[in-house]
Write a protein that binds this ligand. Structure first.
Ligand code: GLC
Length: 755
């Protein structure tokens, strides 16, 4: 018997139940008698928020490196770099005695209004899942656990503790679960954190299908499920639903209820033992690697700087950037002196160091004089005097740099954004400055998309710098002065207007429910389906150099098990070194169910010197071509042609290659007594069986309903094609030798015996 099973055998019921509820806000229960240690969990996800007192949830935390938040990380499209961030987070976790870091957040950016989008990666599940997997691999590779969160469909802050996300199975599988599935299967997080909200009526904290059938049984998750803080409503129901650890603790009444439930047989002790086993596995795993007591804060600051600089997206540049030889530069904006480097809520960090944008600019500005004006305050209020001051400074300068950060009143954990706009003061400021200074650059700090219509055409350049972490200011300066060539690409669409967004008519929901009515048409999938223009598309980002894509290659045909390797040569055709993100999308020519026009299925970032060419190869496996079939309840592939689209953004497709895939699946027939005539004809096994009968039916109906003299002018197949076969036959039962049900059952038997 192994150690864990042995321990479980020795544990009393009280000890087992106690282990399933936190000992405090951040620690698990110790069972000294049996040598079971207590472990510490602590926020993340982009830095340690370790508090001194384990009972305190919002106490000021000890200093730690504040890395760029997820939206910036994702914009790097650099999985290797994000893995390095995970390594660094693990070093700090060891030094601060944290065993599990509560992150990454892998919820999909369904609407840019979500106040917590700064903590999430993307509107696309592949990019989101790959980023989450990279961070987890970094963390756990150094012996510190991750907690992949918030499982699942926590895509808005509005009523997040109670609202039910109403999501159809295919959308759930292909979009909202997919991001988590990639991370769970690829990186095997030690823990998964369940979300506060309900999914289709049941709390995620007690959702057996979600936590047990999908996460643990289907995906093979071997760690433990921890609740979000306060997400458990009924501890016994949650235990039976697959929720292993309730946080925060202690919860004496719920402990009692757990013990009582097992004693009375309401809950099988085997369920409790399975939870205890999972908890013990991770508790002891977390003790295996003891890292150093210290870490190198300067190295981590440098890494935070590197991530921020790779995450900055150059959205517009009329040639003004990179800056050079200016004598006087106006630096305008509250966030030029008060850097906006992180978001509000549980991820809020006490940074070891914090770069100041003005100071960082001065380091690279050479002899240029920097003149500062505040322009706006961190409150959302109008102040013409501040604008007038800024205009004066701008008109006297050669260039105006506008540092514009959304106030925390506009976005944070705990509440959603009221709109996608900057504050009116900020809009007025940008327009007033641009009016007097043609050479104006806007540097944005926000966690998600911002609308720019009122001022975009009036400025020379725009950088999206996200919530850039403690070293973001230096990264911005590097990009502005060309020390770093920007290589960030948008991981979310920037729409022209809020009303254009996919979730607009369904968000935020009412009467306790929010319908995901747009289905899997999230982000670029939606805008493309609607052929709707956007401000900046998914995958978009400019560079100070240019890249040529040539020699694209893909096999002419393949099967879904062997998959496909896509390759393309990328050349840096400019004068400065740069990094490019090659994106591969897949378009299914024809499927039995609706599909988005194209979907991201692979990407790779490549670093090129001027004139250098490298071959980028991106493998595509079964899931790159599959879709989730709600009647088969699984992912399926279908024979047919696919386009492989190789692009520099979702709208900048450089090459399209067509290939033919053969499915190796042998799916059971879906035909049943209710199947329509078209469904019979679409299934080869059904078509073969129904053929003689169908010819007879067509002939009969042509007489009585078709275009002939006796008919009533209908197109017969158009009329009966979507009718159940049995119903069509009942319209003319006398024409058949046996009862219709018997004939249909006999035909179904012929079909299903073919397997
Ligand atoms: C918060 C957040 C979660 C965080 C936890 C602990 O409410 O939703 O992301 O890890 O509680 O602070």
């Amino acid at each position: 018997m192994n150690r864990i099973d042995n321990l479980i055998e020795q544990m009393t019921l009280e000890e087992k139940a106690a282990l399933c509820i936190g000992a405090s806000a951040w620690t698990t229960v110790e069972v000294e008698r049996l040598g079971i240690p207590s472990i510490w969990v602590s926020d993340g996800p982009h830095g340690l928020r370790k508090v001194e007192n384990e009972q305190e949830i919002t106490q000021k935390s000890v200093p730690a490196t504040c890395f760029p938040t997820a939206s910036c990380q994702a914009s790097t499209w650099n999985t290797a770099l994000i893995k390095k961030m995970g390594d660094a987070l693990a070093e700090e976790a060891h030094a601060l005695n944290v065993d599990v870091v509560l992150g990454p957040g892998a919820n999909i950016k369904r609407t840019p209004l979500c106040g917590r989008n700064f903590e999430y990666y993307s509107e696309d599940p592949v990019l989101s899942g790959e980023m989450a997997a990279s961070l987890i691999e970094g963390l756990q590779g150094k012996g510190v656990g991750a907690s992949l969160k918030h499982f699942v469909a926590n895509n808005q802050e509005y009523q997040r503790f109670s609202i039910s996300a109403e999501v159809d199975e295919r959308t759930l599988r292909e979009i909202y679960l997919r991001s988590f599935e990639i991370a769970v299967k690829k990186a095997k997080p030690w823990t998964v954190m369940c979300a506060y909200n309900k999914l289709n009526g049941d709390y995620c904290s007690e959702h057996h299908e979600l936590l047990v059938e999908i996460l643990k049984e289907e995906w093979g998750f071997e760690g433990f499920v921890v609740s979000d803080w306060g997400a458990v409503h009924d501890r016994v129901k949650a235990l039976r639903g697959g929720l292993d650890l309730e946080m925060p603790g202690p919860q004496p009444l719920r402990l009692k209820a757990l013990i009582q439930a097992v004693e009375t047989g309401e809950c099988d002790v085997k369920v409790l033992d399975e939870t205890v086993r999972r908890l013990l596995e991770i508790i002891f795993k977390s003790q295996e690697v003891s890292g150093n007591e210290t870490f190198d804060p300067d190295a981590h600051h440098k890494l935070a700087h590197e991530i921020a600089s790779e995450g900055i997206v150059l959205l517009k540049n009329d040639g003004l950037l990179p800056l050079k030889d200016q004598k006087q530069i106006a630096v305008i904006g509250h966030s030029a002196n008060e850097p906006y480097f992180q978001g509000g809520g549980s991820s809020h960090i006490n940074p070891i160091k914090l770069d100041n944008p003005l100071d960082e600019l001065q380091k690279l500005a050479g002899g240029a004089e920097l003149v500062f004006a505040q322009g706006y305050t961190d409150q959302d209020m109008l102040n013409q005097e501040l604008i007038d001051e800024a205009v004066k400074v701008a008109e006297d300068a050669e260039v105006a740099l506008l540092f514009i950060a959304l106030p925390s009143s506009k976005e944070s954990e705990g509440y959603d954004r009221p709109d996608l706009d900057l504050t009116q003061q900020q809009i007025n400021l940008i327009q007033a400055v641009a009016k007097v200074q043609a050479k104006t650059v806007v540097i944005l700090n926000s966690g998600s998309a911002i609308t720019m219509q009122p001022w975009l055409d009036q400025v020379s350049a725009v950088l999206q710098a996200w919530m850039m972490g403690q070293a973001g200011a230096g990264a911005i300066a590097d990009v502005l002065f060309g020390k770093v060539n920007p290589s960030g690409k948008l991981a979310e669409t920037f729409p022209l207007a809020l009303e254009d967004t996919p979730a607009h008519i369904n968000y935020p929901g009412e009467a306790g429910k929010v319908r995901y009515g747009e289905g899997f048409f999230v982000g670029y999938r939606y805008y493309e389906a609607k052929n709707m223009p956007v401000q900046f598309p998914f995958g978009y980002g400019l560079s100070y150099t240019s890249f040529e894509y040539s020699n694209p290659k893909v096999a002419g045909k393949f099967d879904d098990i062997d998959g496909l390797v896509v390759s393309v040569d990328v050349t840096n055709t400019g004068k400065v070194a740069g990094k490019e993100v090659v994106q591969v999308y897949v378009h299914d020519h024809q499927a039995t169910l609706t599909r988005p026009y194209k979907e991201l299925k692979g990407f790779a970032k490549v670093d090129l010197a001027p004139g250098e060419t490298k071959t980028v190869t991106i493998p595509l496996g079964f899931r790159a071509f599959a879709f989730f079939h709600p009647e088969h309840h699984t992912w399926i592939t279908e024979d047919g042609d696919f386009d492989i689209l190789i692009g520099a953004s979702s709208q900048d497709i450089r090459h399209v290659l067509t290939t033919t895939m053969t499915s190796t699946l042998k799916l059971p027939s879906l035909l049943d007594r209710e199947s329509t005539i078209k469904e019979w004809l679409l299934d080869p096994r059904g078509a073969a069986v129904i053929k003689p009968l169908f010819d007879q039916i067509q002939a009969q109906f042509a007489e009585t309903m078709g275009g002939g003299e006796e008919g009533i002018g209908l197109d017969v197949l158009a009329m009966i094609g979507d009718m159940p076969l049995a119903s069509v036959m009942m319209w003319n039962q006398s024409a058949f030798p046996k009862p219709v049900d018997q004939i249909v059952d006999e035909m179904l038997e012929q079909v299903h015996k073919q397997g």
